[in-house]
Every structure is written in structure tokens, then in C-alpha cells.
Design a protein around this ligand. Structure first.
Ligand code: UDP
Ligand code: MG
Length: 348
């Protein structure tokens, strides 16, 4: 998409108990955004939107403080923890009402924010989707790296088009965001949906940094849940796999039957206790797995048909910031100049 005017950018930052890292993140992002405004790459009323996903710590008071101090910051507070995907969807949905493009980035600065100007440049060049892709995960633990590789491998085998080593650091233009919002599922697997939307896309590479402060919100249990959600919400391949396994076992059973018949006719009838027990256990186990997989899908249908809201917003200072602005127009560039000392070097 080519812009006919200076595009308004919103940087959406999901935050779940990120109070330790926000004092580092907020000025870095504000500085970058202000710089982009000065270069006229983005509109002067571009925003940073923090989405507080049910934090228990000082995250919301901090966001509220930033919002009061500087109009570049806005906030969205969920009524409870809905998960990162919901925080991203909520932030993007709210921002899309006023934004020409949206960048989503983690609060912990693990995704290199210095890539943001390049992302904006790619959007100006006509790309609607710009993926941030990690080309170096050496700061991640061995377990995190290996499990992520395993996940991409499984998803690839299941025919889900994922961008390897891309998480949720990306730029989307407004048409892509509204297409994404049209996907009505309750539990959207965003990084699987976006490649399927089919807009012009490009990739930018960066080195994944260690978390600046605070702790990871993805313990093993939550990571497995996320991987399973990704697989089950995108593919019926597990059901197929069970079907094929069932067919193979049935064919095997036919061969076994012939063999048993031959043995029977030859008169060498064995007691056969062990083989019966073995097949009993094996088939019992197999049936349980099959039932559990079907159950997963039934469960998913159950949650989807309820059409519950994906998230509930308790407070929204993003939308009100624009309402405020429309009633009292001010010279925003002068405001940013006053409030941000622009550094000449990098941001790290
Ligand atoms: N996050 C969120 N809701 C959650 C879990 C995480 O909004 O329920 C946010 C979190 O605050 C961070 C981003 O999602 O900005 C990625 O989380 P984290 O850095 O803990 O994940 P990791 O980098 O360890 O995979
Ligand atoms: Mg992180």
C-alpha cells in the first residue's frame, strides 16, 4: 500500500507484569517514534499503546503515569489476563481506528526496536506486512531454541505456513489489520493467520536480545499450551494421522487374522494369552488417544460457538487521546521537541 499522506503509526506493546522493564522500554520506544516524526516518516500524532493484560504488579499505574506525562503514550487495560494473543488483538483493534500502520513489539525489548525505522521504510516502499525475523537466538536457552525448532518443524509438516523464527514483532498496514480482525475465531493464532491473508510481505532480520528486566511469562506449561493451540487451531492433520494409523493397524490385524487362521487349520492352536493381552492394551491406548484428539476439536467447537468476547477493555486512553486532540488542536511537534531530548547515537 502506498501512502497518500504521512501515515500514522501506533506501536502496540502487550504487557503482563512488566513493571520492571517498562521504565527502560518506554523512553526507548518514545525516542524512536519521536525521531520518526521528525523525519516525517510517520505522522506527529503517532502513538505508543501499552496493553496491560491483567497485570498484578505496578504495570498499569506506570502506564497511567506515562500517559499523563506525555501524549505519545496511551494505554489499554484489560479486566484480567487474557493472554498475549488477545492483548495483541485488543491493541491492534483499538489502534486500527486511527492508525495507518501498526507495529507490535514485546515489552521486554528482546525484539530489537532499532528495526522499527527500517520496518517503516519498508511500509513506505509498499509492503503491507514486514516480519521481524530472528537470525540469532544465542541468548535464548537451549531448551527454548530446541522446542521452538521442533514447533516450526511440526507446523511445517502439518502444512501450516509459518515464518520460521518470527514471533510477534511485525508491522502491519491498516488493511491487513482489518482483514485480521475479520477472522472471527476466539483464539486466533496470529502468526499463522497473517501469511494466509496474502498481502505483499517482506522480512527484516535482527539478533534476539536477552530480556532487559523482569521474567519470561512463558513457563513450559504455557509454551506447550501455545504450541498445541497453534497446531489444533490450524490443522486437522492430527485427525488424519489417527485415521491413517487406524487403517495401518486394521490392515495389520487382517494379516494377523490370516496367520491365526492358518495356525488354527494346521492344528497348532496356542493359548494366546500374551498376544490377546498385548493387543488389548495397545488398542485400548490407541482408542484413548483417538478419543482425546476428537475431544480437543469438539472442545474447540464448543468455545468458538459461544462467541464470547476475546477480551474486555476496562480503560482505554488511546481512543480518548484522539477525542481530546480533536477538540483542542495543538502543535504536537513543538510538544515532542520539548519533551524528548533527541540523542544523536543509537538507542542501546
Ligand atoms: N504477555 C502478555 N500476556 C501474557 C503473557 C505475555 O501480554 O499472558 C506479553 C509480555 O508482557 C511480553 C510478551 O507478551 O511483552 C512476550 O512475553 P515474554 O517476553 O514473557 O515471552 P518470551 O519472550 O519469554 O517468549
Ligand atoms: Mg520476551
Amino acid at each position: 500500500m502506498k501512502f497518500t499522506h504521512t501515515p500514522r503509526l501506533t506501536i502496540v506493546v502487550p504487557c503482563n507484569n512488566e513493571a520492571p522493564v517498562l521504565p527502560t522500554t518506554a523512553p526507548v520506544l518514545a525516542d524512536l517514534l519521536t525521531r520518526l516524526m521528525h523525519e516525517r516518516a510517520v505522522a506527529t500524532d503517532s502513538k505508543i499503546l501499552f496493553v496491560d493484560d491483567g497485570s498484578q504488579d505496578q504495570t498499569w499505574p506506570l502506564i497511567a503515569k506515562y500517559t499523563q506525562e506525555d501524549r505519545i503514550f496511551t494505554g489499554l487495560k484489560f479486566s484480567r489476563n487474557y493472554g498475549q494473543e488477545a492483548a495483541l488483538m485488543g491493541g491492534m483493534q483499538t489502534a486500527s481506528a486511527y492508525s495507518d500502520m501498526i507495529i507490535t513489539i514485546d515489552a521486554d525489548l528482546q525484539d530489537d526496536p532499532r528495526l522499527i525505522p527500517d520496518m517503516v521504510a519498508q511500509a513506505h516502499a509498499g509492503y503491507d506486512v514486514v516480519y521481524g525475523v530472528r537470525n540469532d537466538r544465542s541468548t535464548d536457552s537451549w531448551f527454548k531454541r530446541t522446542s521452538a525448532e521442533g514447533f516450526y518443524w511440526v507446523m511445517g509438516k502439518l502444512g501450516v505456513d509459518l515464518i520460521p523464527n518470527h514471533s510477534d514483532f511485525r508491522l502491519l498496514t491498516q488493511p491487513v489489520v482489518s482483514a485480521l480482525m475479520d477472522c472471527q475465531e476466539r483464539k486466533p493464532f496470529i502468526r499463522g493467520i497473517i501469511p494466509q491473508l496474502g498481502f505483499p510481505a517482506t522480512k527484516l532480520y535482527y539478533k534476539r536480545q536477552p530480556r532487559q528486566a523482569g521474567v519470561s511469562k512463558y513457563p513450559l506449561r504455557k509454551m506447550l499450551r501455545f504450541a498445541l493451540d497453534g497446531i489444533l487451531s490450524f490443522s486437522i492433520a492430527p485427525i488424519r494421522a489417527v485415521l491413517y494409523a487406524g487403517l495401518v493397524i486394521c490392515t495389520g490385524a487382517l494379516v494377523m487374522l490370516l496367520w491365526i487362521l492358518v495356525q488354527h487349520l494346521r492344528g497348532t492352536v496356542v493359548t494366546g494369552w500374551s498376544s490377546i493381552m498385548a493387543s488389548l492394551w495397545f488398542l485400548g491406548g490407541f482408542q484413548l488417544i483417538a478419543i482425546s484428539i476428537i475431544g480437543e476439536y469438539v472442545g474447540r467447537t464448543f468455545t468458538e460457538v459461544k462467541h464470547r468476547p476475546r477480551f474486555i477493555i476496562q480503560t482505554d486512553t488511546y481512543t480518548s487521546s484522539f477525542a481530546r486532540q480533536q477538540s483542542q488542536p495543538t502543535d504536537t511537534v513543538a510538544f515532542y521537541r520539548k519533551h524528548h531530548v533527541l540523542k544523536s547515537g543509537g538507542h542501546s
